[in-house]
Ligand binder design. Structure first.
Ligand SMILES: NC(=O)C1=CN([C@@H]2O[C@H](COP(=O)(O)OP(=O)(O)OC[C@H]3O[C@@H](n4cnc5c(N)ncnc54)[C@H](OP(=O)(O)O)[C@@H]3O)[C@@H](O)[C@H]2O)[C@@H](O)CC1
Ligand SMILES: Nc1ncnc2c1ncn2[C@@H]1O[C@H](COP(=O)(O)OP(=O)(O)O)[C@@H](O)[C@H]1O
Ligand SMILES: [K+]
Length: 506
């Protein structure tokens, strides 16, 4: 099972509030202290990372809640470094949260050189006309409860039009912490300092474009308070690399059966087989309709081919079922089914009967997903097997009548679907989402659009299947396959500005 470190737990707004609250109530670290840790941590990172930027004057946009309070702490630290501060209180200063109020009083005491100005409304501020070295967004944090109201909208629009860098405290104002949707308007930050946890919405919908770079600032929250998070950020900083143990015998270091290909779609089978082979498997056995054997004999020399049916067969049908089950019954191994199978009626019947009788771990991709979805909800994974489904958004949508158009709904659906069906689901797209049978979901944070070319799904399925055949858990196999593709993408882009092709990810 994947085990994300606490820095990679993704928080919703309510979980953030619960963690704050429990830390204050149960471990007796008060809110003022938490605010000090949050603001000082962001301030120190800013001072360190931008020490050569020649900052002289910052603009701080503050709401009346604790997000505004964090921002006043930042202003105080930077003032200590001779960076003047203009504070704009969008909701005035009469109704600040108690900790923000304390910090406002404190900040004024640190202004011994008259470097602090403030305005008690957005309208009061727009009358002035100074140049600022940066803008800090401390208007709203996890307390956002609706589309932006009042002058918050104008302030956000104005900040987004400035050429100055914008740094968001905790979350860009207007971005929904759970869904990644924009609530009317949202700050488009250059960088976001996430206090005590990344928010789930950073990685959904437009989240990545609004947050800019995300910097995690640790707060003294006991890890167990975050443990009800069921969503995690997947990146190479923590996912264990696969440990491949080449066996003495070809059948001892992982056997993968691939059931793929049909007339006109043999390329998908070849890409999946090559991709899996590159991971060092002992043996790959490509089961194919006999009519296609000659193609694979020429293109896949390292792969063992087991043809079924007669020479005129160019797609799978039910008549092949007994033979296929017999082949995969011979040696332990995993099964990849789907790439290029086609959607003939006979193939759909073959696939569904195969899946109901197969007792091997199975990776179900492409046309096998199509076949499965034809059964509507009337399918169950046989006991004692592990299944991984790898749907792209269109394929995922066939398993549900609910809308999965936005990422939050997709995440919710993937979580419920994986747990109801007791399977692992790799929902392809941006972000990629791995859903597991026990509940946890994992989100990618990199640009997956480079993979949106025909054939990349076959390569990905081949990699996942290879890792399963080598004995990795399903969630780990999906994570490794995704991140391996990302690594290949990064190194490809270092040398080339062309669009990568599927072969570049093998
Ligand atoms: N001690 C702690 O707990 C810690 C907290 N931390 C920090 O606190 C942040 C959460 O603070 P928070 O809960 O005070 O909420 P926050 O986002 O500042 O604003 C709430 C106010 O906004 C208003 N408002 C809401 N929606 C609005 C809208 N659409 N348009 C306009 N106004 C709107 C609403 O006003 P009302 O409707 O009540 O008049 C409400 O009063 C968190 O993100 C982190 O930065 C951590 O750093 C350290 C520990
Ligand atoms: N390494 C990877 N990391 C993230 N996403 C990936 C990776 N490889 C493939 N994908 C996802 O798979 C999709 C391609 O799969 P799919 O649409 O099924 O294509 P096809 O079956 O035509 O090859 C990409 O758009 C991307 O979302
Ligand atoms: K903010």
């Amino acid at each position: 099972m994947l085990q994300a470190p606490p820095s990679h737990y993704l928080l919703t707004a309510s979980l953030s509030q619960e963690v704050d609250h429990r830390t204050i109530e149960e471990v007796d670290i008060d809110g003022f202290t938490l605010m000090e840790v949050a603001g000082s941590s962001a301030a120190k990172k800013l001072l360190k990372d931008y020490k050569h930027a020649g900052w002289s004057h910052g603009l701080y946009l503050c709401g009346k809640g604790n997000n505004g309070g964090d921002t006043l702490v930042v202003a105080r630290y930077l003032l200590q470094h001779d960076i003047a501060a203009t504070i704009v209180f969008l909701s005035g200063t009469d109704d600040l949260s108690p900790d923000a109020q304390k910090n406002w009083e404190l900040l004024q005491q640190f202004d011994d050189q008259d470097q602090l100005q403030h305005h008690k409304s957005w309208e009061a501020f727009t009358e002035t006309d100074l140049e600022y070295s940066f803008i800090i967004d401390g208007m709203l944090g996890t307390g956002l409860d609706s589309d932006l109201r009042g002058s918050y909208t104008s302030a956000v629009q104005w900040a987004n039009e400035q050429s100055t860098s914008v740094f968001a405290m905790d979350i860009p104002t207007g971005l929904h912490a759970d869904t990644g949707q924009i609530m009317g308007e949202s700050i488009q930050a250059d960088r976001t300092f996430a206090f005590g946890g990344h928010k789930q919405g950073f990685y959904l919908e437009v989240g990545p474009a609004q947050t800019g770079d995300v910097t995690y600032c640790e707060l003294p929250f006991p890890n167990q308070f975050k443990s009800s998070s069921n969503t995690f950020l997947l990146d190479e900083s923590w996912v264990p690399r696969p440990t491949l143990q080449p066996g003495q015998h070809k059948y001892a270091s992982g056997v993968l059966y691939i059931i793929a290909g049909s007339e006109g779609l043999t390329g998908a089978a070849q890409l999946a087989a090559r991709s899996a082979w590159a991971e060092g498997l002992g043996a790959i056995i490509l089961i194919c309709p006999r009519g296609l054997l000659s193609i694979y004999e020429q293109t896949l020399p390292s792969i063992i081919k087991k043809p079924v049916g007669s020479k005129s067969d160019e797609h799978f049908t039910r008549q092949h079922l007994a033979n296929v089950l017999e082949i995969i019954g011979k040696k332990e191994g995993a099964v990849l089914i789907g790439p290029g199978l086609g959607r003939q009626e006979g193939t759909i019947q073959f696939t569904n009967e195969f899946l109901s009788q197969n007792t091997r771990d199975a990776i179900i991709d492409a046309d096998a997903l199509w076949a499965l979805a034809q059964q509507k909800d009337g399918w169950r994974k046989p006991d004692n097997t592990q299944w991984i489904l790898t749907p792209h958004p269109g394929e995922l949508g066939r398993f549900t009548d609910q809308a999965v158009a936005d990422d939050y709904n997709r995440l919710t659906f993937v979580r419920n679907f994986s747990s109801d069906k007791q399977i692992t689901v790799l929902s392809k797209g941006m972000p990629g989402i791995i859903g597991t049978s026990s509940g946890p979901c994992y989100l990618t944070n990199y640009n997956t659009r480079y993979f949106a070319r025909a054939g990349n799904g076959d390569v990905l399925a081949g990699k996942i299947a290879a890792y399963v055949a080598l004995g990795q858990e399903p969630d780990q196999s999906c994570a490794n396959a995704l991140l391996q593709g990302k690594q290949k993408l990064d190194s490809y882009l270092q040398d080339s500005s062309d669009l990568p092709e599927p072969k570049d990810f093998i």
